[in-house]
Every structure is written in C-alpha cells, then in structure tokens.
Design a protein. Structure first.
Lengths: 144, 144
DNA sequence: CTTGAACCTCTAGTTACTAGAGGAATTAGG
DNA sequence: CCTAATTCCTCTAGTAACTAGAGGTTCAAG
C-alpha cells in the first residue's frame, strides 16, 4: 500500500500543490489521512481522482462539470444522457473555437508575410477580429 | 454621426454593460464623451474596438494579448520588426492552440460516440476522463 | 540529534468578469 | 411642461480557478 506525500502526488498528477489543497477545500478532492504531525498522506484513489480532474480541466470542463460527472459515476445505474450532454456541449464549443482560430491564423500568416515589406498600416489582423461579418457564429443577438 | 448609449453599444457588440465599463477602467477601451449629465455616448470606433475585443476573447486571447495587438493598429507607422514580433508570437500561440483543440476534439468525439445511451455504468465519458492511458495527447509530463 | 527539505495554515493577489444597491439622468407620453 | 418608466451612474463585493508568499512545523537523512 503506497502512501504518498502531497509533493509526490503533485509530481505524479501534474497538479500543483496549492491547487491540490484548493481542490480539497472546495470539496472536489476528499480529505486524505494525515500523519501524527498533520501532514497529508495520499492513496491510489486520490491519484486517480486527481488525474480525472486534471484531464477534464485540460479538456475544458469546469470544476462544476467535473463535480457533476463525478456524481454521475457515483451512481452508475442512471442513464448516461447527462454525461453525454456535458461532453457534447464541450465538443460544440471546441468546434466553434477551431473555426475562429483557423480564420485568425490565415490572417496572422498573411500579416507576417506582408510585414516583411510594409508597415503595420497594411495589417488586417485587427480588422479580421473586428469584422463581425467574418464571424460565423451568431453572438450578436438583436433581441438581447 | 451616431452617438449611442452604453446599452445600445452593449446590444450591438454582445458585450455586457458592466464589462464595457470594466474595459474602460483597465484602459482597454478609451473613455467616451459624456453628456452634460455624465452618461457615456459612444461612437463607431468604440463599437469596432469592442467587437475586436469580443472576438479576440472568444478565440482565447487574454486581455493583455489584445492590448498588444491593439498597439499595432494604434501606431500604424511603427517599424515592422516590432509588429512582426507580436504577430509571429501570436501565430505561434494560435498554432499551439489549434493543435491542442484538434486533439481535444477527437477525444471528445470519441467520448460522445461511445456514449450510445446506455447507463452511466457503461458510459465511456467518465471512463475516458479517469483513464489516462486512453488519452492520446500527452499532457502528463513526467519530468514536471 | 541536527539540519535542510518539504510540509502546514493563512492571507492576499490574479484575471476577467458579474451582480446588486442606491441614486441621478434621459426620454416618451399626456 | 411634467411625470413615469427606463436607462444610466458609481461603488462595493462576489465569482471561478487558481497562485504566491509569510511565518512556522514536521519529516527523514546522515
């Protein structure tokens, strides 16, 4: 049975020490056992959970999303529609960002090239970002 | 000449009123003229700038990034070297983000597909997040 | 048994907003 | 011209998700 320190847990999970403690205070990680002196000693399931969180954060899930997903896995007999919804929503978000970034990349490329011979005045990057017509997802809701 | 209120600006830009004022306090938006009574009245260039910020934020740029990008368009006569540096840096950033998002998308797609409306017990969304070995993009740096 | 690394708690700072209170200004209707 | 509804003003404080630092304690190697 491997009891590891918070430092070791941090290294194995890739999550910084203060962040691990933060997750504990907000109840996302459960409290680990302590030594007589009061230091945290973690077990394998803590590492599992932390990797789950880390991975989820990397994928753009909020801590609340992860909390929801975690509670889903705690009672595995319900339908997985909720989990699917959370993941699908992330997917839509990602597609949207990809689209915008591809447009921006081509503009930046163009700019870097034209910068070799001109002034910033010819730069279209600002216009690209400013121009609403180039924006394919509606975030100007007239009724809003 | 169109002078619009902060509410109208908010509607046309999709940026909330308090956020517009916040951008003003941190110096990202310049102070608009005021009425005798002290209310802000915006002009076209404010809308341009706000849309620029909105889109940039949407694409994941920090306010500091946008400040840098904006300084390009604010002095169009500056040397190409400075502009090129900022633009190139942004291009690298964009490429990096595109790469990450593409990996993320494939993983999310896989998650959503494998969640074909069973119960949570069979749902791979949670499993995928828990199991690091199922993750095909490396975000666990062992040396870290 | 000492000593240096790693741990502890606590407070406060960061980024990028968002909400609400309490009050003044503007505008549309009568 | 006056009133009422709406919108605006400033200010404080709260949010998410950390991150840094101070000042002190515990652990483990030698």
């Amino acid at each position: 049975m491997s009891e590891i320190t918070i430092g070791a847990l941090s290294k194995r999970s890739g999550v910084k020490i203060p962040t691990i403690r933060y997750y504990e205070t907000i109840g996302l990680m459960d409290e680990p056992p302590r030594t007589a002196g009061g230091q945290r000693r973690y077990l394998d399931h803590h590492l599992q959970r932390l990797r789950f969180i880390r991975h989820g954060r990397d994928l753009g899930f909020s801590l609340e999303d992860l909390r929801a997903l975690q509670s889903l896995s705690d009672n595995p007999d319900q339908s997985c529609e909720a989990a699917d919804a959370i993941a699908s929503q992330q997917l839509v978000e990602v597609e949207r960002r990809l689209k915008g970034l591809r447009a921006l990349r081509s503009e930046l490329k163009r700019m870097v090239q034209s910068c070799a011979h001109g002034t910033v005045g010819e730069c279209r990057v600002i216009e690209t970002l400013s121009d609403h017509s180039l924006c394919n997802h509606a975030h100007w809701k007239p009724e809003n």
